[in-house]
Design a protein around this ligand. Structure first.
Ligand code: SAH
Ligand code: SF4
Ligand code: F3S
Length: 480
């Protein structure tokens, strides 16, 4: 059966199988949307705004796919009838932003009787958030979480049928529902979920609480999704998971991430493979070897270190020491000499002393990252770190953060410059935002290059001479 167009009839019973059931609700919602559009004499429009990580970005593509299937058309947020915020809660400021944006939507909803507001994603998995919304944000129409995104059409139907606020949050799930529609942002590259959830419980992190236990997708489902994507024009995939290195451990027939990569590598027509995120504690020698031999895996590894102090790493429950991390980096660089390394660092974890912070600066100087995301520690209710003594005063954290950022940026611009003059393959991703006579391409090592060219090049892999390093990106020209 072709799942993209399963034969579904509204006059028959609601199917039991999850995928078929959702196609039933897609048909049903489509009817309601058609009627409403006819009434107002124009199509209904939607806008999905994503907060947070690539996992959320991928989920948003699924929401867009469903909305388009039921007859909504995409529009800018300012004019959209249906505004959906796919939220993140990894740091407090992500939450604050959502409340702010919601406040701005309220008057618009009063003016437009066809307006709907949907909230989903990680923030909705926090019971306090949902309580607050139910109490003080009654104008929201649909609230759902991270585990039941696939039910979107069913929830829209329920909203039409009850006329009331629909709230559906699951605490956890073991379900993985395959083969639903999705609308990709780029025709030539795509994210592919390989696993969901996280079991690591780093002591500062809320993700395991809002994304549930770790579940790996069946390798055959992953391979067949990628084959379809390639047939559809995709040349680069980004394999997504909170900790891809522990892929496959809980499958009925366990399989390592390295083995999965080897299987994906065999897919003809696929040119590039990326993945994120790798947890240092689970990065195996097997994976390093596979990366060293691969022709398709990109020369880039995002390897979050979080802190350079072994004492803090232990309190963070990261389960590696500074020395182990450095050894791992040495091993990777030996197997893949020109690999670009990037990382995440948290400053101001409870109990972090100036000495601990110096250890972080030291590891940054030793590894010399191509780039690093630096974060100020954010206290997340319910995590072990939130209850730890010695929360660091704001001014101390801010000072450390500034010093770290400076170090990271100085090193990154030096590291970036080493490729100047070389010829590398770039995947052209779009017309340059600053100059419409130029296009922007991404190198295997994840750096961007801007070169003369027009939109016909988008989606193509072309050799580019990197003529000038501009700190964090390159200027280049097409090479012969
Ligand atoms: N699963 C990935 C990353 C998930 S969140 C991993 O383990 O690497 C992305 C980044 O947000 C983390 O790497 C961490 O640096 C940061 N982060 C997570 N919780 C945080 C918190 N409470 N305060 C500040 N930064 C945090
Ligand atoms: Fe959070 Fe740690 Fe899981 Fe990453 S590995 S999502 S930082 S708990
Ligand atoms: Fe945020 Fe959820 Fe990703 S909390 S970082 S969107 S997994």
């Amino acid at each position: 059966m072709n799942m993209m167009n399963p034969d579904i009839s509204l006059s028959k019973e609601i199917p039991e199988d999850d995928t078929r059931r959702q196609y039933y609700y897609i048909e049903k919602a489509k009817e309601y949307v058609r009627k409403e559009s006819e009434e107002i004499g124009r199509p209904l429009t939607f806008c999905v705004t994503t907060f947070g990580c690539q996992m959320n970005a991928r989920d948003s593509e699924k929401l867009r796919g469903i909305l388009e299937k039921i007859g909504y058309q995409e529009a800018p947020e300012e004019t959209a009838d249906f505004v959906i915020y796919n939220t993140c809660t990894v740091r407090e400021n992500a939450n604050t932003r959502v409340y702010g944006r919601l406040g701005q939507l309220k008057p618009r909803k009063k003016e437009n009787p066809h307006m709907r507001i949907g909230l989903c994603g990680c923030m909705m998995q926090e019971p306090e958030v949902v309580e607050k919304l139910k109490k003080s944000y009654r104008f929201v129409d649909i609230i759902f979480g991270t585990h039941n995104i696939f039910k979107f059409a069913e929830l829209i139907t329920e909203r039409y049928e009850t006329g009331k606020m629909v709230v559906d949050i699951w605490k956890d799930t073991d379900k993985i529902v395959e083969d639903l529609p999705n609308d990709r942002k780029y025709f030539f590259k795509s994210g592919v979920n390989i696993m969901f959830g996280c079991n690591n419980f780093c002591s500062y992190c809320i993700v395991p609480y809002v994304r549930g236990r770790e579940r790996s997708r069946d390798p055959q489902a992953i391979i067949s999704e990628i084959r379809k994507l390639v047939a559809d024009g995709v040349v680069e995939v980004m394999l997504l998971g909170q900790n891809v290195n522990s892929y496959g451990k809980n499958l009925e027939h366990p399989m390592t991430f390295a083995k999965l990569l080897q299987e994906i590598e065999k897919i003809e027509g696929l040119e590039r493979i990326r993945f994120m995120t790798s947890h240092p504690k689970d990065l195996s020698d097997e994976l390093i070897e596979v990366m060293g031999q691969s022709k398709k895996i990109c020369k880039h590894l995002h390897l979050p270190v979080q802190s350079g102090s072994t004492r803090i790493l232990q309190k963070m429950n990261r389960r590696y020491t500074k020395e182990q991390y450095l050894e791992l980096v040495a091993k990777i660089r030996k197997a893949v000499p020109d690999i670009s390394l990037t990382t995440d660092i948290i400053v101001g974890f409870p109990g972090e002393t100036e000495e601990d912070f110096q250890e972080t600066l030291d590891i940054v100087r030793k590894v010399r990252y191509d780039s690093a995301f630096t974060f100020i520690y954010s206290r997340r209710t319910g995590t072990p770190a939130a209850a730890m003594p010695d929360q660091i005063p704001e001014n101390v954290v801010k000072d450390r953060f500034d010093r770290l950022l400076k170090e990271v940026q100085t090193i990154a611009s030096e590291v970036c410059a080493v490729h100047e003059g070389t010829v590398q393959t770039a995947l052209i991703e779009g017309v340059s935002e600053h100059d419409s006579s130029m296009v922007t391409g991404r190198l295997s090592n994840n750096l961007l290059v801007h070169l003369k060219g027009s939109k016909e090049l988008i989606g193509q892999l072309i050799p580019v001479q990197l003529t000038e390093c501009k700190g964090f990106y390159y200027l280049g020209e097409m090479a012969e």
